[in-house]
Design a protein around this ligand. Structure first.
Ligand SMILES: [Zn+2]
Length: 373
């Protein structure tokens, strides 16, 4: 059995003790100290990045312009670059982003993959053999419903996720969402990111979760809470465009909040950075506890395993991150000040990766072509 020792998060608080695992499953959680542990420090469940667009990592230029200029389909900068980029460049960029995730303690992610079937193939090629689990949500290549295309996407992916309801012709997105539901796979989308959208029309699509909801009202949050639809917030992405998600208000309405890093061309997919930002922007709206921020960084796993609970328990997958930060009862406050170099061990599916042995980034820098102007 492998063990790590120090202080660990039990889902309620940080306690002194040891976590051990065998065959990829946590089999021991005790309050005693271990002799010869693999690492010592603050032991947390490894993070789950609940919202990424990893393909964007191929865009390496300085970003100027509005949300529409940069990310809106079909003519935003990212879509123009992705359409013109060579497959190898997109694969290398996504692999680099995934490597960053592992190196910063994330062992799972939920990606909104653009580019139809080709987009899915590129992500699977990038993912090969990396110790990170991806829930990959594809989308049609265009903004119109084609039943054959959606069926093929659903066979090749974990579900469907699209930009926003307003980007689609009336009725088409309802058909896409219905097909995903009939296939028993999640459907998700961005909502109320730039302007407020009709929450009833959005929730009629039966989404597994919504992303952003920056311009939503209290009534909108209550509708999400009543419908048990979680909201994924991406505060660094919002801040890039001069916006702030109101996380305390979402929580007061009873919404389950998850955390994601959004576009890889805007933010490195580091959950440490996103947690720090979430905590900071929440302070301006009344504040949230460090524990809530950590739980937000763990709940994305529920898309894969609805019964997953934040906190280290026997029987859970051995996905852990160990940080060399001041532990004790204030360990979670230390987490919000942690940086990537504080990570001493990442355990993914029971396999330990010490800082020096973490997967290396691709040697070749991804070459992004300048978009046509
Ligand atoms: Zn997004």
């Amino acid at each position: 059995m492998d063990r790590v020792t120090g202080a660990f998060y039990d889902g309620t608080r940080v306690r002194a003790g040891t976590v051990g695992w065998e065959d990829g499953v946590i089999t021991e959680v005790t309050s005693s100290r271990a002799k010869a542990p693999l690492a010592k420090g603050l032991v947390l469940p490894a993070f789950w990045n609940a919202h990424t667009h990893l393909g964007d990592a191929v865009v390496t230029q300085e970003l100027r312009g509005s949300l529409e200029d940069l990310v809106a389909p079909p003519h935003g900068l990212k879509h123009r670059v992705l359409a013109r980029a060579k497959d190898d460049a997109v694969i290398a960029a996504m692999r680099r982003a995934m490597t960053t995730m592992v190196r910063t303690g994330t062992v799972g992610f939920t990606d909104f993959r653009e580019g139809g079937l080709r987009g899915l193939k590129l992500l699977y090629a990038a993912h090969a053999a990396l110790p990170v689990r991806g829930v990959v949500l594809g989308r049609p290549g265009g903004l119109a419903y084609d039943g054959h295309e959606v069926a093929a996407l659903l066979r090749a992916s974990d579900g469907i996720a699209v930009s926003a309801r307003a980007d689609w012709p009336p009725g088409d997105l309802e058909n896409v969402a219905r097909d995903a539901r009939h296939a028993g796979k999640p459907f998700a989308l961005h909502a109320s990111e730039r302007v407020r959208e009709d929450i009833d029309a959005v929730l009629d699509l039966k989404p597994a979760f919504l992303v952003h909801m920056v311009h939503a009202t209290d009534a909108d949050f209550e509708r999400c809470s009543d419908a048990d639809v979680p909201i994924v917030v991406c505060p660094r992405s919002n801040a890039f465009f001069g916006m702030t998600p109101d996380i305390p208000r979402m929580l007061r309405a009873g919404v389950e909040v998850r955390l994601g890093t959004d576009n890889a061309m805007i933010n490195a997919p580091s959950m440490l950075r996103e947690m720090e930002m979430a905590y900071r922007v929440a302070r301006g709206r009344g504040g949230i506890a460090a524990k809530e921020v950590l739980d937000m960084a763990l709940r994305g796993r529920k898309l894969l395993d609805a019964g997953a609970v934040p906190g280290i328990r026997t029987g859970d997958p051995a996905d852990l991150v160990v940080l060399d930060v001041p532990g004790g009862p204030h360990g979670l406050a230390s987490l919000l000040r942690a940086v990537a170099s504080d990570i001493v061990l990442v355990v993914a599916g029971g396999t330990p990766w010490h800082a020096a042995t973490l997967p290396q980034r691709p040697a070749r820098a991804p070459a992004s072509r300048r978009p046509a102007t």
